[in-house]
Design a binder for this molecule. Structure first.
Ligand code: EPZ
Length: 418
């Protein structure tokens, strides 16, 4: 079984270019089936989830080729409108293909995505919105069967600013007749990147990044080349790691505006952070102060995905730090693993209270989910002795060449198979 072996204690020093964003490339790969031509996506990260999305595109009839960090998609000859169960199970966010397949083919058949490590993940907002656009939906034998004689633009008010539901509506609405207005839309940077791709392919779309997005159905006639934005959650992982173990890091191509809440928290903990253009530089002596309560919220609030690594970085801080999770029910599954390493963390429902300790020790732990796994890597870098992290497949879903990147900054890390 594959494991990561990390011997902690060293500082991290160097520079790195941030990989492309997983949560942007996935909806854009889904959007590529709406393009009557070829799409070229640059800065595509090498991830398990990207492989899963490419398998779905090929299953639908797209021609897909990868050249380094570029992915070429030719979606002219799509023949199918179903995503088989095994591909849906590989990646929960395959549900974002629903709006695109329905828009392109007038029919879409997907197996119902179950919950995941983070708790129940209903898609009621997605389905309600597609119905409002004129789709008939029924559940048949664990599948969602979605059909339309022709989608028609309308006003859609989302009960909560779901990222996935906003993306699904955007993809269906570019194929609808007339105008769609989404209110209480998600404002995440990944929504803005998706809108940029759609606009470059011929869509008329405005307001992405704000709570109201307007889309005039026009279809996507133009082949286009699009550079995927940097991954703000991966950037936050490396910033939290350097904050925790000490050192100096220059993050190139990081888009600092996407990381304001994290930068504020790390500065409050005593890190020196400078921003110049797209680059961020952090210096830390590894002796962090406690951080004021960290409360996760939809963007521009503190991102739920950045919280596990910041929590790991606070386990040796001077004093107590409180974390409040508002997005997912089971976001703290990795905490039990941190406790195996000696961390002092009290959990009460959505609240975690972390009391700083002087030393963390290595242990045999398992990744519980993608960001929980990353938090264990951060903790291991600052622990005495060796840590072995199992279930690394969770981490590979979102981090491109993690060992090589951390190794390049001086970390003692290796992947072993035993
Ligand atoms: C996206 O998931 C991200 N995934 C997640 O990142 C991220 O944590 C999440 O947004 C929040 O920022 C991708 O972009 C691929 P939501 P998504 O719909 O779209 C509830 C990572 O580590 N909800 O905004 O699934 C839902 O259960 C992953 O990279 C409904 O109740 O998130 C959750 O509690 C993890 N009904 C909350 O809303 C719905 O129909 C936010 O979900 C839809 C969502």
């Amino acid at each position: 079984m594959e494991k990561l072996k990390i011997r902690g204690g060293g500082q991290l020093v160097g520079r790195l270019r941030v990989q492309g964003a997983k949560n942007s490339v996935l909806p854009i790969l889904a959007a590529s089936i709406l393009v009557q031509g070829e799409s070229v996506l640059q800065n595509c990260p090498d991830l398990k989830d990207v492989d899963a999305a490419i398998s779905i595109l090929r299953h639908l009839g797209c021609k897909v080729k990868r050249q380094g960090k570029d992915v070429h998609i030719d979606s002219k000859a799509i023949t199918r409108c179903d995503v088989p169960d095994d591909l849906m199970r590989e990646m929960r966010s395959s549900v974002i293909f629903l709006g695109a397949i329905l828009g392109r083919m007038g029919e879409a058949i997907l197996s119902l995505p179950g919950g995941c490590e983070l708790g129940p993940r209903p898609i009621d907002l997605h389905l309600e919105a597609l119905r409002a656009l004129g789709a008939d939906l029924e559940e048949v034998g664990g599948n969602i069967v979605c059909r339309t004689e022709g989608l028609v633009g309308t006003e859609i008010n989302l009960a909560s600013p779901s990222v996935g539901a906003t993306e699904n509506v955007m993809l269906a609405a570019v194929c609808a007749k007339g105008e769609t207005v989404i209110t209480n839309a998600a404002r995440e940077p990944e929504i803005v990147d998706l809108a940029a791709f759609l606009a470059a392919s011929g869509a008329r779309i405005s307001g992405a990044g704000q709570s109201t997005i307007t889309i005039s159905g026009s279809g996507l006639g133009k082949s286009t080349t699009h550079r995927i934005m940097p991954d703000r959650i991966v950037a936050s992982t490396y910033l939290s790691a350097v904050a925790f173990v000490g050192g100096r890091l220059e993050l190139l191509d990081a888009e600092p505006t996407h990381l304001e809440t994290l930068i504020t928290a790390l500065r409050a903990a005593g890190c020196e952070i400078t921003v110049s253009g797209q680059d961020i530089q952090i210096e830390s002596d590894g002796k962090l102060g406690a951080i004021s309560p960290v409360i996760t919220r939809p963007y521009p609030g503190f991102p739920t995905d950045a919280m596990p690594c910041l929590l790991a970085a606070s386990v040796k801080a001077q004093g107590t730090t409180v974390f409040i999770e508002n997005i997912f029910q089971n976001r703290y599954r990795y905490v039990e693993e941190l406790r195996r390493m000696g961390a002092e963390i009290k959990l009460e429902g959505r609240v975690a209270v972390v009391t700083g300790i002087s030393n963390l020790h290595g242990a045999r732990v398992d990744a519980t989910d993608l960001r929980g796994g990353a938090a264990l890597v951060v903790a291991a870098l600052g622990a005495e002795g060796e840590t072995q992290i199992g279930e690394v497949h969770h981490i590979d879903r979102g981090y491109d060449s993690l060992e090589a990147t951390l190794g390049g900054l001086g970390a003692d890390i290796e992947r072993v198979n035993d």
